[in-house]
Design a protein around this ligand. Structure first.
Ligand code: NIG
Ligand code: FE
Length: 410
């Protein structure tokens, strides 16, 4: 079965080579072909080019006059498996409490953990599947999902089994990250060592035995997991082949970047608070910095200093952080717009960050993230737009005509 897209006003993020990520000044270059065709066979991109060279026929032809095509968004950081919501905390924050104050009262992550522990695996799956369908319709074609709202052996495994079931039932690439080290459960408040031992001695072996995770994560932050705790957990995870992707520098800079780099982390995520040493530590590494601007927006905290990161020659990826506490939104279109508006990224930089660099941050560079022969035909077909810069410019507007996953319209 071949599908031929013709008269594409502009085909965006075309990479002939096997570029795995773009860094520094390269991020401002977004390769495109104007007045293009794109040929898909079954679920794979097999050809593209100028309309002058378009094939004459295919099993199905789609006329894209006035519309553009880009690869689907690669959302490399989400927590979409959760139970219920935290709308009450949202109102508490409006009324003056801080995110930190809410967490200190036993709200926050512990509130979500309590809800999740009380929710059956089936119910948790249903709630999470709804969110996954929502984000696919918004143009996301590859996603990473974390555990971390379980915080007991049973509940962490429940979360990861839900992620596994999502992967079995939905045909986009889904990567799973074990985040047992998300918060200390109340019963371990005065026995932090005990919880870390539980993660290392019980959770990690079971997660590995059932092959439930690709990556390991920890919330390395003042009041959560220290640099030493993070080091112990990443070291233990290494023996199970789990690559680190770590929550660091959300509120404070305590050495989270450095410990992640030491363990060859695939990504370091959040980075709202960065000093020069943190930026220096990332130079010459294979670690992708990941910014989560809708978290900054929702919590009114600083935005990741994207310009400083890119000016240092580093790459940057963008992701949603979709979760019930700090970012109850999985809209990558909003993330791209917010990165331009608030972080002063150009549309080219933001689109690179949300596609090819996002794919890298999930180890999915060979499958998604660009219009490349052999990659999955996971595509966004836009409505009629004057330019691709119009996507972030018209923030809040829905400019997606349709989403194709594995060559099929959703
Ligand atoms: O990435 N910072 C840590 N974890 C999540 C939010 C946790 C929550 O509030 O539920 C985040 O922002
Ligand atoms: Fe997160």
């Amino acid at each position: 079965m071949t599908t031929l897209f013709i008269n594409i006003k502009e085909l965006i993020q075309v990479r002939e080579t096997t570029t795995k990520k773009v860094s520094g000044a390269e991020m401002n270059i977004l390769p495109t072909i104007k007045n293009a065709f794109l040929l898909v066979e079954n679920d794979v991109i097999i050809d593209y080019g100028s309309m002058k060279k378009a094939p004459n026929s295919a099993d199905k032809t789609i006329d894209c006059t006035g519309k553009m095509i880009l690869p689907t968004w690669c959302d490399s950081h989400t927590h979409i498996v959760y139970a219920g919501n935290r709308e009450q905390e949202f109102v508490d924050r409006i009324n003056g409490l801080s995110y930190e104050e809410i967490a200190n009262r036993g709200g926050g992550i512990l509130n979500s953990a309590k809800k999740l522990q009380e929710t059956s695996e089936e119910e948790l799956y249903q709630q999470s599947a709804k969110r996954l369908e929502e984000v696919i319709a918004l143009g996301t074609g590859a996603v990473e999902i974390k555990s971390g709202y379980g915080l007991t052996v049973a509940a962490e495994l429940k979360m990861l089994r839900v992620i596994k079931k999502l992967r079995e039932n939905y045909n986009i690439p889904i990567k799973a990250t074990f985040l047992g080290a998300h918060a200390f459960p109340t019963e371990y408040k005065n026995n932090k060592e005990g919880y870390i031992n539980l993660i290392i001695e019980e959770m990690l072996p079971k997660v590995a035995e059932e092959n439930l995770a690709n990556f390991v994560d920890a919330f390395c932050e003042t009041g959560y997991f220290s640099v030493e705790d993070t080091d112990r957990i990443l070291t233990a995870a290494q023996q199970y082949g789990l690559t680190p992707k770590v929550h660091v520098n959300q509120f404070t800079t305590i050495g989270g970047v450095q410990v992640s780099v030491k363990h060859n982390a695939l990504s370091v995520d959040h980075l709202e608070v960065m000093n020069t040493e943190d930026i220096e530590a990332l130079k010459g590494t294979q670690t992708m910095p990941v910014a989560l601007p809708s978290c900054s927006y929702f919590l009114s905290i600083p935005y990741t200093p994207a310009r400083d990161i890119m000016n240092a020659g580093l790459p940057l990826a963008l992701a949603t952080d979709y979760n019930p506490g700090s970012t109850p939104s999985g809209n990558m279109n909003f993330v791209v717009a917010t990165a331009c508006i608030k972080m002063k990224m150009t549309p080219e930089e933001a689109i690179n960050a949300a596609t090819i660099n996002g794919a890298y941050a999930m180890n999915l560079s060979d499958e998604v993230g660009s219009i490349t022969k052999g990659k999955k035909a996971n595509l966004i077909l836009t409505k009629e737009i004057p330019s691709y810069g119009f996507l972030p410019y018209s923030f809040g507007s829905n400019l997606i005509d349709s989403v194709f996953i594995n060559g099929k319209e959703m």
